[in-house]
Design a protein around this ligand. Structure first.
Ligand code: UDP
Ligand code: MG
Length: 324
């Protein structure tokens, strides 16, 4: 008799200095993936086999010790530990690399901002609607700093307008993906990673589940305003060349302006050679304005060059110290 093979799921959890959350997260997931929790799912998914993959992104607190403690009592807990902090994007990449043998993977934050209670619903949708991926989006940003919310919303609106990769507003990294999708994501070896864009770029059938924002249970956010700003710029450069077009158009328009202005000045001088030209103010303003515009344009071009430079070094996305 042939043994039935049940689907396997890897739960990928990037963690950076989250000692208080390792156990809480583990318990919360376990509580939601019980036999009863999976009861309403199609047959195969009722016997889902799942593993935890904590990706320790260079924590300097007890995070790794907590994970190892969990591993002692549950062999379905695994980890990859980095040699230093490489960022959440690198941790996601490492997680996907380690989980490519599983039928499905799900990405989750450890702070319970990605509610584990949604897992059965996501699995159900995936199975019933035969999707490649079920993702989540939060409907609000309650509890977040207003300045961060404002700029985040602006960023997502802007990037969706100028990039051909359309992002869903409020989309999270919290999503279940099929192995085929994981392979597609891993086939993009770029260093400057913006996963939300990559997940959309590869295509496949994805549906979203919406939920109200949940605030972090323990600890602090690992993202400062400056870190988010740099992440946003790098995402923008990765997913759009519209800024370059914009600079070109600006250059063209100012040239046009210069020609018209030049002709005006020359004709006026020819018609009335005696005219006294003052214009100190005009000249100063023009020089400052175009000086600024040129610096700005150079900066935009510079961002693209720096992106090429960083990619061309072909450094690994993360360096591993230990895994089990
Ligand atoms: N994280 C990480 N590396 C980092 C920053 C964050 O692995 O350099 C993890 C973090 O431990 C958490 C998830 O990424 O599990 C989301 O981070 P956080 O909650 O700080 O972000 P926020 O929810 O505030 O956007
Ligand atoms: Mg969080």
């Amino acid at each position: 008799m042939q043994e039935t093979v049940y689907p396997s799921l890897a739960i990928i959890v990037p963690v950076h200095n989250e000692e208080e959350n390792i156990h809480i997260f583990y318990d919360a997931v376990k509580k939601n993936l019980t036999a009863e929790g999976l009861l309403s799912l199609p047959d195969a998914f009722k016997h889902l086999k799942y593993d935890f993959w904590y990706i320790d992104d260079g924590s300097i607190d007890r995070t790794l010790l907590e994970i190892k403690q969990l591993q002692l009592k549950d062999s379905s807990v695994h980890f990859v530990s980095f040699s230093r902090n490489f960022g959440k994007e690198a941790a996601i990449y490492a997680g996907l690399t380690y989980a490519k043998k599983y039928d499905y993977v799900v990405l989750m934050d450890v702070d319970l901002q990605d509610p584990p209670a949604l897992l059965p619903k996501m699995l159900g949708k995936l199975a019933n609607e035969q999707l490649d991926s079920v993702a989540t989006r939060r409907l609000d940003r309650k509890g977040e700093k207003p300045l961060i919310s404002f700029f985040s919303n602006l960023f997502y609106e802007f990037i969706s307008k100028i990039s051909s990769t359309k992002l869903v507003s409020g989309a999270r990294d919290y999503r279940i993906m099929s192995r085929q999708m994981v392979k597609a994501v891993l086939s993009m070896p770029e260093n400057q990673r913006f996963s939300k864009g990559l997940f959309t770029w590869i295509g496949f059938r994805t549906e979203y589940i919406s939920y109200k924002n949940v605030q972090r249970k323990k600890g602090q956010t690992k993202w400062s305003f400056w870190k988010l700003f740099k992440y946003a710029i790098s995402a923008l450069i990765s997913f759009s060349t519209v800024p370059l077009t914009l600079v070109t158009v600006l250059g063209f328009l100012t040239t046009l302006l210069a020609v018209v202005g030049g002709i005006f000045v020359i004709v006026r001088k020819l018609l009335d050679p005696a005219i006294a030209i003052g214009g100190w103010t005009t000249i100063t303003v023009i020089i400052m304005f175009f000086g600024g515009l040129q610096m700005f344009s150079l900066g935009v071009v510079g961002r693209y060059i720096s992106a090429i430079f960083l990619e061309s070094k072909r450094r690994p996305i993360y360096v591993e110290k230990e895994s089990k």
